[in-house]
Design a protein around this ligand. Structure first.
Ligand SMILES: C[S@@+](CC[C@H](N)C(=O)[O-])C[C@H]1O[C@@H](n2cnc3c(N)ncnc32)[C@H](O)[C@@H]1O
Length: 311
């Protein structure tokens, strides 16, 4: 089985790594992963391009084709490309001259393949990925730009599009499965889910928010169902959904007198136990019911740190 590599952005490393692994697991539950520094290597039936088209925090990715000790002897076992370029990704603690490594590798491969080097529009990019424990050769024939949805109407309480995409991916759903966001607000989570082919159902007890969500879905041509109701509606649709992904209120809503902490507690108690649950809430509102969930903290500003909990 081919191995793929993902070099992560240097923000939210744990979250970024788990997102990549979760996407892969949604297609291949037997995914094998290892990581070092900002590099994740997967043994998975999921093609790297599929994972790359969904991942939020990936900088560079492709297939791992070989390892090397001596740059002058590299001979990756792949068909020769029409043109190529070599790029260094130094994730080690050593200082390296990237340009000299790339020049040396370029010379060796040009002689082996007879292909031309193209800096601007190569058919293949050969990555020299250096970590403290290994030196890999990676390859990618093009770069992937995830297709992101747009928003017609925004709101000060909305979750940003990137984080929304990431938490949808943590739910390990693939195309055709159904997600429910029972506190959908402006619909950011639904937009990201549908943009990746995941069906979704939104619930919000505020009619105005439901209408905003409907408009945001419509500008993207999306068809997720939006129900104007309390989150308890989830009990009536539980057999139609595969995971719950949501961003809970951070303060007391003008429409309810329930404290945000009590709301989380009550909400978690109605979530079907066997469904995957990914929730976002304000740090400090932790409740016993999710004490065993995997958690990530996202600092926004001095009065808002979000927690993402995955159960
Ligand atoms: C933090 S906002 C969600 C923001 C959303 N993620 C977005 O990007 O726009 C929480 C939402 O929960 C809704 N809400 C609050 N209490 C609710 C309840 N008991 N049942 C359903 N929705 C509720 C509010 O109307 C609000 O739109």
């Amino acid at each position: 089985m081919l191995q793929s590599f993902f070099v992560l952005q240097n923000q939210y490393e744990d979250l970024a790594r788990d997102e990549v692994i979760s996407i892969s697991k949604s297609y291949d539950p037997k995914t094998n992963s290892r990581s070092e520094s900002r590099l994740v290597i997967l043994k998975s039936k999921a093609p790297w391009k599929k994972i790359a088209s969904r991942a939020t925090f990936v900088r560079t990715c492709g297939n791992i084709v070989d390892t090397f000790d001596d740059i002058s002897k590299i001979d990756p076992p792949i068909p020769k490309p029409l043109s190529f370029v070599c790029r260094t990704i130094n994730l080690s603690s050593k200082k390296l001259s990237s340009s000299s490594l790339e020049r040396q590798a370029g010379e060796v491969l040009k002689n082996r393949w007879g292909s031309k080097v193209s800096l601007s529009n190569p058919h293949l990019t050969v990555y020299l990925i250096i970590t403290d424990s290994e030196q890999y050769i990676g390859c990618a024939d093009y770069t992937i730009q995830p297709k992101l949805p747009t928003k017609a109407i925004k709101h000060s309480h909305e979750l940003d599009l990137k984080l929304s995409r990431c938490i949808v991916n943590l739910s390990q759903l693939k195309e055709g499965k159904t997600l429910c966001d029972p506190f959908c607000g402006t619909g950011t989570i639904l937009l990201q889910a549908e943009s990746m082919g995941i069906k979704s159902v939104g619930i919000d007890f505020d009619k105005i928010m439901c209408n905003i969500t409907r408009k945001n879905l419509a500008v993207n041509g999306f068809k997720s169902k939006v129900i104007n109701s309390s989150y308890n509606e989830i009990q009536n649709i539980k057999n139609k959904i595969d995971a719950i992904v949501t961003d809970l209120p951070y303060g007391i809503s003008s429409r309810s007198s329930v404290s945000p902490k009590k709301l989380i507690k009550d909400f978690v108690s109605v979530v079907p136990k066997r469904k995957k649950l990914v929730i976002v809430y304000k740090k400090g509102l932790d409740v016993e019911e999710i004490s065993k969930a995997k958690k990530y903290e996202i600092y926004r500003h001095k009065s808002l740190t979000r927690v993402i909990a995955v159960r």
